[in-house]
Design a protein around this ligand. Structure first.
Ligand SMILES: Cc1cc2nc3c(=O)[nH]c(=O)nc-3n(C[C@H](O)[C@H](O)[C@H](O)COP(=O)(O)OP(=O)(O)OC[C@H]3O[C@@H](n4cnc5c(N)ncnc54)[C@H](O)[C@@H]3O)c2cc1C
Length: 371
């Protein structure tokens, strides 16, 4: 089986790249399970470029660039596939329950205002006017109008449908176990006896990215960071914004579902939903909205965030194999970063140097050589 571009892993990252590259390449996606079935469906779908930022650095700018791409992406997916991916631009509220937290957040976000990003401080009364069902203990908070959310499950579904319409070939339930390298090039990608060959190979296997035998040692490891989420349902939508409290967040979907997330622990690939995490999530949700925390849990699940040693994404070409690219390590922000990753990797495949050095795999090679 020969193709221009072979993508290993059909999560939001693999699918976004496949869709972009299918414009001018034959593309094949090899996916161990069902496309989008891992972290990309487990996520909460927040597009939290500002809420997650601690400084005006390359990562923040990457997140902002990607966030800007969603309105056009959502519109084009709707037109192509008829699927509305639930892009919701109501914004994010950050709640504070103590004066100390308010001033810590004011300090933490001052640079965003200075750099021209929208952020508004709100009083408790203003917050409760916006969101009448949140706790009366709230003392104030901040509003980030540009940090929205998307229904990530609908997004992966629409991306896969769009890929199909653009001629991408899918091999699902197909596990890649090794790459064969010859003379500094990937010459084969194998799933048992099944062999694929491609001009370019992109490894986008999420938290499993460095579990596959690449034919050489990568100088870093991607580790899974487990996250657990609870889902509640209210008869009608009670909340408008993504709401971030001191210990957790809620993400209200248009149909009354409310996701409450998320824990983070380093438990390998143990997919259990634990009692400890459930209790923590009920407490953090009750802190935001006591009535919500007392509802029956409708669903609970686990996902594995792909975590690189320096917490940053790893994308672009690797020195050991000229036709191999990586798109790994999106950690807490892979949904947000999916459109920009697709664009950067597609540029690289087309021979354009696009990936900022901060995110290139070469950073680990220099470190390994001690420079
Ligand atoms: C609880 C939780 C909440 C999150 N919330 C957010 C959020 O609000 N906003 C945000 O932007 N991000 C969020 N994230 C992070 C986001 O989900 C990830 O960064 C993103 O989904 C990573 O996408 P991916 O395609 O790299 O990985 P995945 O979706 O895990 O896809 C990788 C794919 O590779 C396949 N694969 C693995 N090994 C092989 C193999 N050997 N052969 C073939 N295929 C293989 C897997 O089956 C999988 O489908 C959250 C994550 C979690 C767990």
């Amino acid at each position: 089986m020969t193709t221009d571009v072979l993508i290993i892993g059909g999560g939001v990252i693999g699918l976004s790249m496949a869709r972009e590259l299918a414009i001018d390449h034959s593309v094949t996606v090899v996916e161990r399970g069902r496309c989008g079935g891992e972290a990309s469906s487990a996520a909460a779908g927040m597009l939290g470029a500002q809420a997650e930022a601690y400084g005006d650095d390359a990562f923040f700018r990457l997140c902002v660039d990607s966030r800007k791409m969603f309105p056009e992406l959502a519109a084009s997916l709707l037109e192509e596939t008829g699927i509305d991916v639930g892009l919701d631009r109501a914004g994010t509220l950050l709640l504070s329950f103590s004066e100390a937290d308010i001033s810590a957040r004011r300090e933490r976000f001052a640079w965003q205002k200075a750099a021209g990003f929208e952020i508004e401080q709100l009083s408790a009364a203003e917050i409760r006017r916006e969101e009448p069902f949140i706790s009366t203990d709230v003392l104030g908070g901040f509003y980030l109008p540009a940090d929205g959310q998307i229904d990530n499950r609908k997004l992966v579904h629409a991306l896969q449908r769009s890929c199909e319409l653009r001629g991408v070939k899918f091999f699902e339930e197909t596990t890649v176990d090794r790459l064969a390298i010859d003379n500094g090039k990937v010459v084969g990608v194998f799933s048992g006896e099944l062999a694929f060959s491609a001009d370019k190979v992109v490894l986008a296997a999420g938290a499993w990215g460095t579990e596959i035998n690449a034919g050489f040692d990568l100088p870093f490891t991607i580790r899974p960071m487990r996250g657990q989420i609870l889902q509640f349902r209210t008869a009608k939508r009670l909340f408008t914004h993504v709401i971030v409290g001191p210990r957790g967040y809620i993400v209200p979907r248009g149909d009354g579902r409310v996701l409450a997330g998320a824990t983070m622990d380093d438990a390998g690939f143990d997919a259990s939903v634990t009692n400890e995490a459930t209790e923590h999530l009920i407490e953090s949700t009750s802190e935001i909205s006591p009535s919500l925390g007392s509802l029956k849990i409708q669903e609970a699940w686990t996902g594995f965030r792909p975590f690189a040693p320096d917490r940053m994404p790893v994308f672009g070409r690797v020195p050991n194999a000229e036709n191999l690219l990586l798109a790994l390590g999106h950690f807490r922000n892979g949904i947000l970063l999916s459109p920009v990753t697709a664009k950067l990797i597609a540029d690289e495949v087309r021979g354009i140097d696009a990936v900022p050095t901060e995110f290139a795999p070469s950073r680990f090679y220099s470190a390994a050589m001690g420079s």
